[in-house]
Design a binder for this molecule. Sequence first.
Ligand SMILES: [Zn+2]
Length: 601
Amino acid sequence: MTFPSVRSRLLLPVSLCLFLTLAIGSSTRATIQYTVGLEHPEKHLFHVTMVIPGVTGEVTVRMAAWNALYQVRDFSSRVQQVEAVAGSEKALVEKVDKQTWRIKGTGTIKISYAVYWDEAGPFASQLNSEHAFINPAMILFYVPLRREEDVSLSVIFSSSTWSAQGPLWTSLFVSGPNHADMFTAPSYDALADGPIEVGKIERFELPGVTPAVTVVIHGDNWSKKRVEEDLKRICIYELKLMEGAPFEHYMFILHFGKGAGGGGMEHMNSTAISAYSDEYLPGLAAHEFFHLWNVKRIRPATLEPVDDTKEQFTRSLWFAEGVTNTYGSFTLVRSGIWSKEQFYADLGEQITELEGRPANRWQSAEQSSLDAWFEKYPLYNQPEYSVSYYTKGQVLGNLLDILIRDRTGNEKSLDDVLRSMNTTFAKTGESYRDSLDVQLTTESVAGESFQEFFRKYVAGTEPFPYQPILGLAGLTLRTVEHRKPALGFFLEHEPNGPFVVGAVDSEGAAAQAGLRAGDVIVNWNGAEAPRRVERWLQEQKAGELLKLRVRREDKEMTIEFRLGEIKETFYQVVEDSHAGEKARHIREGMLRGETSAVLVH
Ligand SMILES: [Zn+2]
């Protein structure tokens, strides 16, 4: 996935990739049948019925606690009105725990309930007057003991549902009123990994890409020419890099526009991506498409089998997400979407982001992976508490690529590690043992030990030796220092709520003046608090007075203090004009995705 957050990560959503794993048809062979009603979208309630045949005595059903993000979000808290019938008799429904129900009965049990969703983006589901986007795991119960059985799903909506929106499209490629479209899937898990888009959609195939890649778009702020050209370059490059497609048909579900946010979510044969406009698509799409291999098929053992009832801990996200970011940037420069200057600028920004976080000194790439489940807590995302496995992993990927090229005289690269893991693990259905198998594969490609590298920089927190490694690729790391005013506290804002003081820097002037976390801002220098505080700060100078009127436990008070100052270090990656022949070969090889033997003088 890719998150668009304070860390400028990519968050990725899910789409209707059902059509790869699910055959469209009228088959009623499926054992467990779901129907999802989309009537009255203004109420944002998905009406679900689940028919379970062959029940003896009782059946237990459950809803996933997490999906699409490494965050327990308790989808069952959105469920209402669970009822069941056994044959024609009302059946007893008993809640067992927060996400599990037990229904008494024998024969065919029919369960009905409603689920509320109105959240934009690939990590959620949404039913509103514009469209329906469904991550099936967020709305469907499953039978824990029968999740391997084949299933069917029908989506029902009437001609009036989106009648004002123009033609109706579903990702089933059917339009028209009063129809029920049926998907079948070989298991609940296959169904859960296929998001569904229904509503006013545009759809086209990418020309010149084989196997077929379909694009489904909801929203505005995009041009077909640009979307087509960027996605085509990305797909063609990555399919060549990984020596062929692991799918028969792939789908991009894209949500563009103001309310779309940003981010992407990978699925087995599709992705769902949200972006403000098509300008932001390439970075998201290059990352998500590469997930077809890295994470969806090259699977860490710690994420298998998936346990959607509680947190599932893995140390591998620095590779699964971070190195996928490395390949996102490799793809953009190698396919010509980025210039090499843009590639260097991005790498410099990643290093700046990483080194700007105090937590980089004590949180390893593996620990950041393990603690992914904390990302739902805003404090954890602050620079003092965590680094991103996206950022740290992306930089590690770049360093590994240069080292492998250097050790092999530019005959091998990180590309060979990914291809080897694809052959050894993905194609045999085996999962890899987190960092250990990444290390062993790197060693077998490079022909020497990487034990110390993994111990110091992947499991450990030793400072990255940027200059010695970048120098091997004819690159130099420059530092530029800036001073800027500092608030001394974080400002938090709930949608439609007041501005509230978040964490306060205990050493800063705000803390010394008595400001506390939780104080509600009543006014800010006599006016409303700035909506974009970073932009406001850019217009201030250190030492200027900030006068806050705050409310604390029903009392109002005025707190004033002078803005502090912080020093920021920016890193820039630039070419070394004195680089030797071998280093220049490595640099060109990395930028072009090529290997060729270098004569070492
Ligand atoms: Zn990702």
